[in-house]
Design a protein around this ligand. Structure first.
Ligand code: HEM
Length: 475
């Protein structure tokens, strides 16, 4: 009799356990899309069904305040009126292509600062330099000026750069394992604790700078007053208040939006610049061809390379696109979908978590889909030139097909695409024009190590160290 009771208990427990494992798996498994045709079927043909990110996953969970109040940023908020208000503000006030021309003076200052720093490091004889940190400092400085204007001193700038860097590393550690479940929170309590500490540091650092912008007298803009900082637009913004009119953004929301702007605007650009330099060092013939184009344009402009002329350089454009195709800085593009969306990716039989089926578009594999690309693992910018297999392909996919998606696609595509492309081209052109780049002694033997590391961003596993020499005669 006792044995029977025991067997019944074991049987019931095994059913409960199996059910909870199945539920956990359903909540945590991502349905992966790795080819261009499937990405097009989902994101272009069923765009509306693919307009949200999964609500329970990181970092959406962290966007929820301790008192249950969600502190959304553009990435985390669901498609709807709140998202529209935040995104339209960023696009219209800061990122609109018509505003790019006004960025030229502060872009020039940022590239000049990077060139000056590297020149000081390498002098004429040349030296092996780890390039990620100096590039990050220059790009971050530029993005921080767009965010806060010119009122931030060097010490505050460095502190912000460090806290965003730590935050990105910490998110990258958590991203592959975090699914929002209680079990996962318990198992990763240490990492979560570290992340919350970074969030606390961000608030301490950003809030006084944000509050300083509330004082009309202390408002300093960038580029001689032409570029209004992002924070000012956020302070002026009124978002829908659950059907009760409109309201100003809360402090926690402001901090989250500023953190998103600084992190998204700098980390991805730095990753792309490092990957592109690595390929140029690895393939000197491509570097020479690019330099000839840049020198030619600089000569034609009387020694000056304007933002407008940069945009017209076909080989520079091709080099950057090829880098983004092979190493998209954001490795995974996430969606949470129901009904029609699940059917579009052929996942109707999968158990559906309450926040939708988790779909992950693997941008690196999509950019190297062998059904779309010839020799996809080869760095060959020529494919983007006239007559090449990717002639006419740009950073954003068109409505008819998806061949690569480094900036995502459909409703939630990256609003910073145009600005990012201009930033990347500006820095890259200056680095190629002013310096000679060659592999370090170690890389001369086996070539540059192009192993990828997928964290929050796709970065070089072994940060690029390269022999840099100042060019004595640039044009
Ligand atoms: C090389 C540079 C960049 C890359 C590769 C990149 C890539 C991406 C990707 C893949 C997404 C997700 C798109 C999707 O889900 O379909 C995204 C979203 C986003 N990016 Fe970028 N990005 C870059 C630069 C920037 C810049 C400069 C900004 C602004 C300062 C920015 C702001 C954002 C925002 C706010 C979102 C969320 C959009 C939404 O959910 O509506 N990004 N980015």
């Amino acid at each position: 009799m006792e044995v029977l009771v025991l067997l019944t208990i074991v049987f019931c427990l095994s059913i409960v356990l199996r059910r909870s494992i199945r539920r956990h798996r359903a909540q945590t498994t991502f349905h992966q899309i790795v080819d261009t045709a499937a990405a097009h079927r989902a994101l272009n043909e069923k765009a509306n069904a693919f307009s949200n990110r999964p609500a329970a996953i990181f970092p959406v969970v962290l966007a929820t305040g301790l008192r249950g109040q969600r502190n959304e940023n553009i990435t985390t908020v669901n498609y709807g009126s709140h998202w529209r208000a935040l995104r339209c503000n960023l696009t219209a006030k800061i990122l609109h292509p018509s505003r790019l021309i006004f960025l030229a003076p502060i872009q020039r200052e940022a590239t000049q600062a990077l060139v000056a720093y590297l020149s000081e490091q390498v002098w004429v004889a040349g030296k092996v330099v780890a390039v990620r940190d100096p590039i990050n400092a220059a790009v971050f400085g530029l993005v921080a000026r767009l965010c806060f204007g010119d009122g931030v001193d060097g010490r505050q700038m460095r502190a912000m750069e460090l806290v965003i860097q730590d935050f990105i590393v910490s998110m990258g550690e958590l991203n592959p394992v975090f699914d929002g479940s209680t079990m996962c929170k318990i198992m990763n309590w240490r990492r979560l604790g570290r992340l919350f500490a970074f969030l606390g540091r961000q608030t301490k650092l950003f809030l006084p700078l944000i509050n300083a912008r509330r004082q009309p007298d202390s408002r300093v803009c960038s580029a001689g007053g032409i570029v209004d900082p992002y924070v000012d637009s956020l302070l002026d913004l009124r978002v829908p208040d659950n059907g009760a009119g409109r309201r100003a953004l809360r402090d926690e929301e402001l901090v989250s939006l500023v953190s998103e702007f600084l992190g998204a605007g700098s980390g991805s650009v730095v990753a792309c610049l490092e990957w592109t330099l690595a390929h140029l060092v690895d393939q000197p013939d491509i570097l020479d061809k690019l330099r000839r184009e840049i020198d030619g344009e600089t000569n034609a402009g009387g020694g000056v390379l304007s933002t407008r002329s940069l945009r017209g350089l076909p080989y520079l454009n091709a080099v950057v696109l090829e880098s983004l195709r092979m190493h998209p800085p954001v490795p995974f593009i996430l969606r949470g979908v129901h009904g029609e969306g699940a059917a579009a990716v052929g996942a109707t039989t999968m158990p559906m978590p309450s926040d939708g089926l988790r779909v992950q578009f693997v941008a690196g594999k999509i950019g190297r889909d062998s059904k779309t690309w010839t020799d996809p693992d080869e760095f060959r910018p020529e494919r983007f030139l006239t007559g090449g297999e990717a002639e006419g392909v740009g950073p954003m996919p068109g409505p008819k097909e998806i061949r690569m998606m480094p900036f995502g696609a459909a409703h939630r595509h990256c609003p910073g695409t145009s600005q990012a492309m201009v930033h990347i081209k500006c820095f890259l052109a200056a680095l190629v024009r002013e310096f000679e780049w060659a592999p370090s002694a170690e890389d001369c033997v086996g070539g540059v190590d192009l192993t990828e590391l997928d964290g929050f961003f796709k970065v070089m596993k072994k940060p690029l160290s390269v022999h840099v020499t100042r060019r004595t005669c640039t044009v």
